[in-house]
Design a protein around this ligand. Structure first.
Ligand code: BMA
Length: 308
């Protein structure tokens, strides 16, 4: 088994939140000043999402803050585009600050907002960095030839729900976009794929944990897979592991708010070569598991499926 589920999963649920919410799921996690900081998504009781924050010493036992971390904006251009809520945050540390990318929902569709923080006490919205219909933006924690790089998942009917790469000199203006990975027909990720956790640097390439979806007679099944990108040119996908690394198996992944979902927005690389992978179970609770990073890289290389 590639991922060892933590024995006390789920690690957080709505019952751990001191304000009224219906779920606690799809969280980003980073290590900041020796603490694990989790920014999670919760449905409010009106069905629209906000972000809460939790902290941990060990990456397994988290305590939730008294108040939400970020709620839909009430002014400026963000107000218009976040009116239906903010969802699925991803966080990277680069150039001395944390960049938080998130899905901004409104009557105009879903697009991506970018906010910044240095200390997780204050957060400043920076820019809306995609049009609709785009989701799941993860920024690489390093620049390439002076440019920021991101993976994202625009959608079109001709080429549905695939992974693209784009570059930016300033985090605001993005271009040089290229499709780099597609769903594979009659495979566990045949319906949709999208970036999950921000890419992790290894000696053999950038490891990207992505989600893939298969449509069954009983609805969609969300699973996690891994792909390896070239260290110098991340638009080159070296290999994509043929088999998933995680699927809904525990009761809180099989049933919840949306059944049969494991969905990752964050992973923390540890000094001992392991990685803590965090995922939402059934759009309802948060879970964690540990894996060996080199095993995940081998999984991509040993038995790859075509990227395109
Ligand atoms: C996706 C997103 C995720 C969610 C998943 C399963 O489209 O909405 O936030 O976890 O569906 O419902």
């Amino acid at each position: 088994m590639l991922i060892n589920r933590y024995k006390n999963n789920p690690i957080l649920t709505k019952d751990d939140v001191p304000y009224p919410v219906a779920t606690l799921h799809n969280a980003a996690v980073v290590k900041h000043e020796e603490k694990y900081i989790m920014i999670f998504r919760s449905h409010k009781l009106n069905g629209r999402s906000i972000f809460g924050k939790a902290e941990s010493e060990d990456g397994f036992n988290f305590k939730v803050d008294e108040k939400p971390f970020m709620v839909p904006a009430n002014e400026g251009v963000f107000k218009e585009y976040e009116a239906f809520g903010v969802e699925d945050p991803r966080i990277v540390f680069i150039d001395g600050e944390y960049l938080i990318t998130y899905s901004a929902y409104s009557r105009h569709g879903v697009r991506i907002g970018l906010a910044k923080t240095k200390d997780f006490k204050t957060v400043v919205r920076f820019s809306l960095i995609t049009q609709a219909d785009n989701r799941n933006v993860v920024i690489f924690p390093e620049k390439f030839s002076g440019l920021y790089a991101r993976l994202d998942r625009p959608h079109s009917e001709i080429s549905p729900w695939s992974i693209w790469i784009s570059y930016s000199p300033d985090l605001k203006y993005w271009g040089e976009s290229k499709l780099i990975m597609k769903p594979l027909q009659y495979h566990w990720d045949e319906m949709k794929i999208g970036p999950g956790a921000p890419p992790i640097k290894t000696s053999r390439g950038w490891l990207s944990i992505y989600h893939g979806i298969f449509l069954t007679m009983d609805g969609c099944v969300y699973r996690l897979g891994v792909a390896l990108h070239d260290l110098i040119d991340p638009s080159k996908v070296i290999a994509v592991g043929d088999e998933w690394i995680l699927q809904p198996e525990e009761i809180y992944e099989i049933t919840g708010y949306v059944h049969n979902v494991v969905f990752s927005c964050g992973a923390v690389q540890e000094k001992d070569g392991s990685v803590k992978i965090y995922w939402g179970g059934a759009d309802n609770v948060m879970c964690v598991g540990t894996a060996n990073l080199e095993d995940l890289v081998d999984h991509c290389l040993d038995k790859p499926r075509p990227a395109l």
